[in-house]
Design a protein around this ligand. Structure first.
Ligand code: NAP
Ligand code: GLV
Length: 315
C-alpha cells in the first residue's frame, strides 16, 4: 500500500518536506503525485492544504493525518471523506514556537514597545508606562495543546493568567494549576478583567466571529488583543472600529480571513495593528514528519492514534 502526500506545496516547501518525510517513513511508499500510483494502492493520506479533488476516487483510503494543527479548512473541504478517521498534528515544538510568539507579543504590549515603534514613525521620544507582569492579567482563549504551553510560559514570567475553554477537556497534572474557567457566562465575567487577550481557539461554528463588537466592548479601555489562531474568529470591522475609537490600544494579528492579507487591507497601514504573516508557529517538517509517522505506525498496528479530530465538535 502507499501513502499520498496531498499538499499545496511550492518547490521550496517540497525541498524542506520531502527529505524529512522520506526519513520518517523508511518502510512506506510515499507518493506526491497521484498519477504515480494505482488509486487502489493508496490507503493513507498526509494532508497539508490538499489541492481541490486530491482525495477523490481513492476507494481504499482509510486514514487521514493532517500536517497542520488546525483542521478548519480541511473540515470545510467537500472532498474530505466524512467517514474516515482524521488526526491533526500535535507537535510540542510548535507549541513552544507559539509560546515564544505569545511571550513576544505580551511583553511588547506590557512594556509599551508597540507604542514606541508607532511613535518612531513621527520621531516622537516618549517613554511608555511599564506595569509589572504581575499587574497584567492575560486572558487566554483556548487552553488546548498550544494554550496550555502559552499559559505555563506566561505564568513563569510572572503574568497573571486565566485560560478559557469549553470545559470538555479537564486540565490535569501540573496544568491543573493554570487558573481557568469555561463557558459563555464565565467569558463575559472574565473580559472586563483582561489587560491582554490572546486567542488560541480552533475555528468552529461556535467560535467563528467570537471577537466582535460585543466581545470588544467588554474589555477595559486600553486592552490589547493578540490573535494567533484564525482570522475568522475576529469581525474585522468591529476590531478596526474599537482601535479607531482608542478603546483597544493595540492588536497583534498573525491570521486573517483572507490570506495572504490583501495589500489594500486597512490592517497593513493601521498604526495600532502589528501584522505578522501567519508565522506564529510554523510547522517544522523535522519534528512534524516523525510525529505523523508515529501516528501512521499506530494506525497500521491497530493501536489508538493520537489527536483524533472530533468531526462533530470541529477540532
Ligand atoms: P486544541 O488542543 O484543540 O485546543 C483547543 C482549545 O479550545 C481547548 O481548550 C478547547 O476546550 C477550546 N475550545 C474549543 N471550542 C471552544 C468553545 N466553543 N468555547 C470555549 N473553548 C473552546 O488546539 P491547539 O492545538 O491548542 O490549537 C489551537 C488553534 O491554534 C488551532 O486550531 C489553529 O487554528 C491555531 N494555530 C495557529 C498557528 C499559527 O501559526 N498562527 C499554528 C498552529 C495552530 P475543550 O478542550 O475543553 O473543548
Ligand atoms: C497553522 O496555522 C496550523 O494550523 O498548523
Amino acid at each position: 500500500m502507499a501513502i499520498l502526500v496531498a499538499a499545496r506545496f511550492d518547490a521550496d516547501d517540497w525541498a524542506r518536506w520531502w527529505p524529512a518525510l522520506d526519513a520518517a517513513f523508511p518502510d512506506e511508499v510515499l507518493i506526491r503525485d497521484r498519477r504515480d500510483a494505482d488509486p487502489d494502492d493508496i490507503d493513507i493520506a498526509l494532508l497539508a492544504s490538499p489541492p481541490p479533488g486530491a482525495l477523490r476516487g481513492l476507494p481504499r483510503l482509510r486514514f487521514l493525518q493532517s500536517l497542520w494543527a488546525g483542521v478548519d479548512s480541511l473540515l470545510a473541504d467537500p472532498d474530505l471523506p466524512a467517514e474516515l478517521p482524521l488526526a491533526r498534528l500535535v507537535d510540542p515544538a510548535m507549541s513552544d514556537a507559539m509560546a515564544e510568539t505569545a511571550l513576544w507579543a505580551t511583553f511588547g504590549l506590557q512594556r509599551g514597545f508597540f507604542d514606541c515603534l508607532r511613535r518612531q514613525r513621527g520621531a516622537v521620544w516618549q517613554q511608555p508606562d511599564q506595569p509589572r507582569p504581575d499587574e497584567i492579567h492575560v486572558v487566554l482563549l483556548g487552553l488546548g495543546e498550544m494554550g496550555r504551553c502559552v499559559a505555563r510560559r506566561l505564568l513563569g514570567q510572572g503574568f497573571r493568567v486565566t485560560g478559557w475553554s469549553s470545559g470538555r477537556t479537564p486540565t490535569t497534572g501540573n496544568d491543573a494549576a493554570i487558573p481557568h474557567c469555561a463557558g459563555p457566562d464565565a467569558l463575559d465575567a472574565l473580559l472586563p478583567t483582561a489587560q491582554i487577550v490572546i486567542n488560541l481557539l480552533p475555528l468552529t461554528p461556535a467560535t467563528h466571529g467570537l471577537i466582535d463588537a460585543r466581545f470588544l466592548a467588554r474589555l477595559p479601555r486600553g486592552a490589547g488583543l493578540v490573535n494567533l489562531a484564525r482570522g475568522a474568529h475576529v469581525v474585522d470591522a468591529d476590531l478596526l472600529a474599537a482601535l479607531d475609537r482608542g478603546d483597544l490600544a493595540h492588536a497583534v494579528l498573525d491570521v486573517y480571513t483572507t490570506e495572504p492579507l490583501p495589500a489594500a487591507h486597512p490592517y497593513w497601514q493601521h498604526p495600532r495593528v502589528s501584522v505578522l504573516p501567519h508565522t506564529a508557529a510554523q510547522t517544522d517538517p523535522r519534528s512534524a514528519a516523525p510525529i505523523a509517522a508515529a501516528n501512521v505506525r499506530r494506525w497500521r498496528a491497530g493501536q489508538p492514534v493520537q489527536a483524533l479530530v472530533d468531526r462533530a465538535r470541529g477540532y
